[in-house]
Design a protein around this ligand. Structure first.
Ligand code: B1M
Length: 211
C-alpha cells in the first residue's frame, strides 16, 4: 500500500501521468480509502511541487506537468470522493476577469486548489462581474478568485467587487486576486481579502481565508 502511495507521489512530482493513472487505479482496486489516496499521496505531492516552485527548483513547466498528472489521478478519484462525502475544503469560483483572455496562470491556480481539496467552479476567461455574482448567488461559492494579466483589465476586479456589494453579497464571500501585474497593495487598495503571487500561495491564501 505504502509503495502505491509513494508511486503516486513520485509520479506527480515527475509529471508522469501513466504512473499516476495506473497506481491510483491500483489503489482504488485495493479498496484504499479515497481520502487517504487524495491526502497522503496527491495533495502532499502537490504541496511538495509548490514548495519546490517557491524555492526555485521547479519552474512553470514542471508545475504544469505535475498539475496535469494530478488531474489524471483526480479524474479517477472524483466519483469516489463524492460517494465517500469527503468534505471539500471550500468552493472557489475562479476566472480571468472581463476583457482578459490569459488563462494559463488561472488554470494552474485552479489545478493547485483542486489538488488541495477545494471544489472549483472554473468560469473561464473574459468573466463579467455579473458572472462572478451569479457564481456566489447560484453557484454558492465561498471564495471568488480573480486573475488578470493585463493592466487594462485590472479595474474589472474593482468592478466585480462593486457588483458583489451592489448585490448585497460582499460579506458572504471572500475575494482573492492575482496575476502578473497585480500586487498585494492593489488588493488592499480595492478591498479584496487577499492577494497571492503564485498558484501554491493561492492555495495557502484560500485555506487561510476560510480558516
Ligand atoms: Co499576452 N500579454 N497579450 N498573451 N502574454 C502579457 C501578459 C504581457 C505582459 C506581454 C508583454 O507585453 N510583455 C502583456 C501585458 C502588458 C500589460 O498589460 N502590462 C500582454 C499583452 C499586451 C497581450 C495582448 C494585448 C497582445 C495583443 O494582442 N496586442 C493580448 C491581450 C489578449 C486579451 O487578453 N484580451 C495578449 C494575448 C496573449 C495570448 C493569447 C497570445 C497568450 C495567452 C494564452 C493563454 O493564456 N491561453 C499570451 C501570453 C502567453 C502572454 C505571456 C507571454 C505569458 C503569460 C503566461 O501564461 N504566463 C505574458 C508575458 C509574461 O507574463 N511574461 C503576456 C505563465 C503563467 C503561468 O503565469 O499568468 O502570471 P501567470 O500566472 C501566475 C501568477 O501570476 C499567479 O499564479 C500563476 C502561476 O504561478 N496567478 C494568480 C495568476 N492568476 C492568479 C490568481 C490568483 C492568484 C495567483 O488569485 C488569488
Amino acid at each position: 500500500m505504502e509503495e502505491i502511495l509513494q508511486n503516486i507521489f513520485n509520479g506527480i512530482l515527475e509529471g508522469d501521468r501513466e504512473t499516476v493513472r495506473t497506481n491510483v487505479q491500483q489503489a482504488i482496486d485495493a479498496k484504499m480509502s479515497p481520502a487517504v489516496i487524495l491526502n497522503d499521496s496527491m495533495v502532499s505531492a502537490m504541496a511538495e511541487v509548490g514548495k519546490r516552485f517557491e524555492e526555485g527548483e521547479y519552474y512553470v513547466p514542471e508545475l504544469l506537468i505535475a498539475a496535469r498528472a494530478m488531474k489524471e489521478g483526480l479524474a479517477l478519484l472524483k466519483p469516489l470522493l463524492a460517494e465517500a462525502k469527503v468534505k471539500a475544503a471550500g468552493r472557489v469560483a475562479a476566472g480571468t476577469v472581463k476583457g482578459d483572455l490569459h488563462d494559463i496562470g488561472k488554470n494552474l491556480v485552479c489545478m493547485m486548489l483542486e489538488g488541495a481539496g477545494f471544489e472549483i467552479l472554473d468560469l473561464g476567461t473574459d468573466v463579467s462581474p455579473e458572472k462572478f455574482v451569479d457564481a456566489v448567488q447560484t453557484g454558492k461559492a465561498d471564495v471568488i478568485c480573480m486573475s488578470a494579466l493585463l493592466t487594462t483589465t485590472m479595474p474589472n476586479m474593482v468592478a466585480t467587487i462593486d457588483a458583489l456589494k451592489a448585490a448585497g453579497l460582499r460579506s458572504k464571500v471572500k475575494v482573492m486576486i492575482g496575476g502578473a501585474p497585480v500586487t498585494d497593495s492593489y488588493a488592499r487598495q480595492i478591498g479584496a481579502d487577499g492577494y497571492a503571487p503564485d498558484a501554491s500561495r493561492a492555495v495557502a491564501l484560500a485555506k487561510s481565508l476560510l480558516a
